[in-house]
Design a binder for this molecule. Sequence first.
Ligand code: SAM
Length: 238
Amino acid sequence: LYVEAALPGDGMLTLGPDQSHYLANVMRARVGDAVALFNGSDGEWASEIASVQKKAVTLSLGAKLKDQRKEPDLWLAFAPIKKARLDFMAQKATELGVSHMIPMLTRRTIVDRVKTDRLHANAVEAAEQCERLNVPTVGEPIKLDKLIADWPMDRKIMFCDEDLSGTPAHVALQAAHDKSDPAPWGILIGPEGGFDDHERALIRAHPNTVVVALGPRVLRADTAAMSAISLWQSALGD
Ligand code: SAM
């Protein structure tokens, strides 16, 4: 269970109403049940349920179970898509090891309001499920022009361009990666309608951009994100 609290803490931890409800009513947890806890920075800790009330479950903290692992430093910038697919994208990106998710507003982005708290909730759920010990951060929605203008000079851009002109991803990534001084990466995935020509030119003009193709078929945005992360992992990551 992910907790926003210091671990090991002072021995007892009372969960907020949402997590208490989840444990008490959804998981039907009982006094004495074991719950493994992580907070993103201090590893994993054993705990035991000490008391159960509908809106307040208290845990007594136990021994450290695992040290914090180092997760890959990989950003995913994507144009928000419809709710169910966005949930799916946030969950799967978390399972596949992304460190930071950035909702990116493009000319053809059809979803204008992005619920970053919902993205975070999906990331928490997926992190708990896949036993990763941290939760990817979620950036505020940002316009593509600004994202590119502010892009860190020491981070490479894996630009997934559906015009299929790019080199196959694993080849392009390995060629662009300097093993003696490895830079972190960020993946850029466009909206369902694709990037427009102006946007494509803007991204390509950035000195850190590496244009990649994800195979010969045009993938939906959520499929493209999963494919890009997997290809990045197989070429460079873990
Ligand atoms: N513009 C396209 C159209 O309407 O035919 C579709 C865009 S696609 C659904 C959404 C995004 O996925 C693209 O902007 C691109 O970032 C990525 N993508 C999909 N297939 C890809 C591929 N084969 N290679 C690289 N990127 C791809």
